[in-house]
Design a protein around this ligand. Structure first.
Ligand code: PMP
Length: 419
């Protein structure tokens, strides 16, 4: 096809407010565009790229498997790629005697998990168990079911007429914790609220509770207190409600453990994964993607990258905390492993957010981009206001690259004072 000469792209881009640079290559934590500009990928895209860009072993696995079989139907065949990957990943999953059900991404994993719990209850003769409880201010994907069980208002609003099947309880979000006795026994308080919501609905009508072990896309690495997960898991068990841990963002080493629930020794009934399972090299599904996922797993294991996530995450959090200590726009810095969030506020003492019209997050992201740093973000979690910036670089990040992220993040956030 002839190239267009009117400068108009035929692609329906996800950003319409500015032209997007063309990425031409990427390696480690760096992405380069066609003008030769280099960007430090401080968030691994959307906290996706765990093993780093341009890893030959993943690319080779993809090519090699695609050369054998790229698509065969799952009701007719299994493949060596899938079977050997499942054998390798099974002992690492926080599940007893796990089975993996391959799909093509995080949203589909969540949709499938919700259907799976329904199927489970039906098979056991508990057809009345239809309710699924999610959490306010959570993110589980953008397909209709995942959107509905999620709790991000701005994303839900246009589609409200199609939503409303699921219930929601508060997320564990320590910076703005609704527990009147905060910080005392927050986990027990949340568990009690979940218990009440199950009892009010009637336990025999509740199929599952779904939550992100560390809230990511909407609350920027909100880590619960240590008593949260054990208490919540106990409530679910007591009522025969299945526990779905959505580890799409946190899985495969992002929080410095293989899975985030490992921090609290909790064994869910279903775990959803995506992103880091293949480090974004291929959407996870049947055949070639299992080979890529296996190559990603080998890289994580052989290069001790989960430990690297824990170690570099601590470095990043400590260094960022001291660099941003005196910045008046920084209300909270939090996280675990290489999943780090910064909450921006207009006033540190009262925690009052910037008005959304100020576009604080967008400004910080633009300033960071100008400085050659890519960040992830979320807005609107405090009644429509609220600004969150997230960092989550690939685990291969070096000490110097960590420092570069800290420097550039500090400069980008400081720009709010002059803007
Ligand atoms: N669940 C969680 C916890 C996520 O963070 C995401 C993506 N941000 C999803 C589900 C959806 O995954 P995908 O974008 O691959 O559909």
């Amino acid at each position: 096809m002839l190239p267009r000469d009117d400068g108009v792209s035929h692609v329906f881009h996800r950003v319409l407010s500015r032209p997007l640079p063309r990425a031409v290559r990427a390696e480690g934590v760096w992405i380069e565009d066609d003008q030769g500009r280099r960007y430090l990928d401080g968030a691994g895209g959307a906290i996706v790229v765990n093993v780093g860009h341009g890893d030959r072993s993943l690319v080779d696995a993809m090519a090699e498997q695609s050369g054998r079989t790229s698509y065969v139907h799952g009701t007719v065949f299994t493949t060596e790629a899938l079977e050997s990957y499942a054998d390798a990943v099974a002992p690492l999953l926080p599940l007893d005697d796990p089975r993996i059900y391959p799909v093509s991404g995080g949203s589909e994993a969540v949709e499938t998990a919700i259907k799976l719990v329904r199927t489970f209850h039906l098979a056991r003769g508990e057809a009345s168990r239809t309710r699924v409880i999610g959490r306010h201010a959570s993110y589980h994907g953008n397909t209709l079911g995942a959107l509905d069980v999620g709790g991000k208002q701005a994303l839900r609003r246009p589609y409200e007429p199609w939503l409303g099947r699921f219930d929601h309880v508060d997320a564990a979000y320590e910076y703005r914790c609704p527990n009147p006795d905060h910080p005392a026994a927050c986990g027990a308080w949340h568990a009690e609220r979940l218990d009440r919501s199950i009892v009010d609905a009637g336990p025999s009508t509740v199929a599952a509770f779904i939550a992100e072990p560390v809230a990511g896309a909407t609350l920027a690495a909100a880590v619960p207190t240590d008593d949260y997960w054990p208490a919540v898991a106990e409530v679910c068990r007591r009522h025969g409600v299945l526990l779905i841990a959505d580890e799409v963002m946190t899985g495969f080493g992002r929080t410095g453990r293989w899975f985030a629930v490992d921090h609290w020794g909790v064994r869910p009934d279903v775990v959803t994964v995506g992103k880091g399972s293949t480090s974004g090299y291929f959407p996870f599904g049947f055949a070639a993607c299992a080979a890529v996922a296996h190559a990603a797993l080998r890289r994580l294991t052989e290069d001790d990258l989960v430990d690297a996530s824990a170690r570099q995450g601590e470095r990043l959090l400590t260094s960022l905390s001291s660099a941003l200590e005196d910045d008046p726009s920084v209300g909270d810095i939090r996280g675990v492993g290489l999943m780090v969030g910064v909450e921006l506020v207009a006033d540190r003492t009262s925690k009052v957010p910037f008005p959304r019209g100020r576009q604080a997050t967008e400004r910080v992201l633009a300033a960071a981009r100008d400085a050659g740093l890519l960040l992830y973000s979320s807005t609107g979690h405090v009644d429509g206001d609220g600004d969150l910036v997230m960092l989550g670089p690939p685990f291969v990040i070096t000490d110097d690259e960590c420092e570069l992220i800290v420097e550039r993040t500090a400069v980008a956030i400081a720009s709010l004072r002059t803007a």
